[in-house]
Design a protein around this ligand. Structure first.
Ligand SMILES: C[S@@+](CC[C@H](N)C(=O)[O-])C[C@H]1O[C@@H](n2cnc3c(N)ncnc32)[C@H](O)[C@@H]1O
Length: 205
């Protein structure tokens, strides 16, 4: 989907992704002291605002102006400041060696664009900084539920690891590269089913 399509999707009074952080985020960063964070493809800002409320100094980037505007509103309602940037994360370069935390949640891009985004993400990490990415995994197509049905935008932990190692700094260390599951309520008799996501956590040495 391009920026106009995302603008259209976000053009609702309600938040499409709700206002609470992604269910996996708190446990993935709970051990970190607040510092500078970068949220790539922040959508309507739920994760960025949650981090800011915990004391992080957050830069949040998305190419949807409507999504960013909703993020601004959420930040104002939460009485926190976030640096909002409307930009395409496959070409935006931002600041290098700056962030103690870089997060990417559910950004499903073709291989060349994903590699560009991951190169930027890894380069943006300050020494010791943590990288966290969660996405719909390729195996979700056959074994999970929901998410994009186009295999060309579905990564695996290994594909993300390779992109990070080839586009990032030499001292990048992969801590986790694995599949995780998420319960999804269906509206059929099937009840709850498991969606399959990939998770990659890394840090700069
Ligand atoms: C599924 S939403 C996830 C939003 C957010 N990360 C969250 O978890 O709430 C995917 C987001 O990626 C953004 N996006 C997709 N491609 C992008 C690109 N090339 N540059 C910037 N943002 C992009 C969309 O605008 C959308 O907000």
């Amino acid at each position: 989907m391009d920026a106009n399509e995302w603008d259209h999707r976000y053009d609702t009074a309600a938040y499409v992704w709700h206002t609470e952080p992604n269910q996996f985020l708190p446990a993935l960063i709970d051990d970190l002291a607040p510092g500078r964070a970068l949220d790539l493809a922040c959508g309507e800002g739920r994760n960025a605002v949650w981090l800011a409320r915990r004391g992080w100094s957050v830069t949040a980037v998305d190419f949807s102006e409507v999504g960013i505007e909703k993020g601004r509103r959420l930040a104002a309602e939460s009485d926190v400041d976030v640096e909002w940037v409307v930009a395409d994360i496959t070409t935006w370069t931002g600041r290098s060696e700056t962030y103690d935390l870089v997060i990417i949640f559910y950004v499903q891009l073709p291989a060349d664009e994903r590699a560009a985004m991951l190169g930027t993400a890894a380069t943006a990490l300050a020494p010791g900084g943590r990288f966290v990415m969660v996405a719909h995994d390729l195996s979700n197509l056959d074994d999970g539920i929901g998410g994009p049905q186009d295999p060309t935008v579905l990564p695996t932990p290994e594909l993300i690891r390779v992109d990070l190692m080839s586009g990032g700094p030499a001292d990048l260390v992969i801590d986790r590269a694995e599949l995780i599951s998420r319960a999804v309520e269906t509206e059929t008799d099937d009840g709850t089913k498991q969606a399959i996501d990939c998770l990659v956590v890394a840090h700069r040495g």
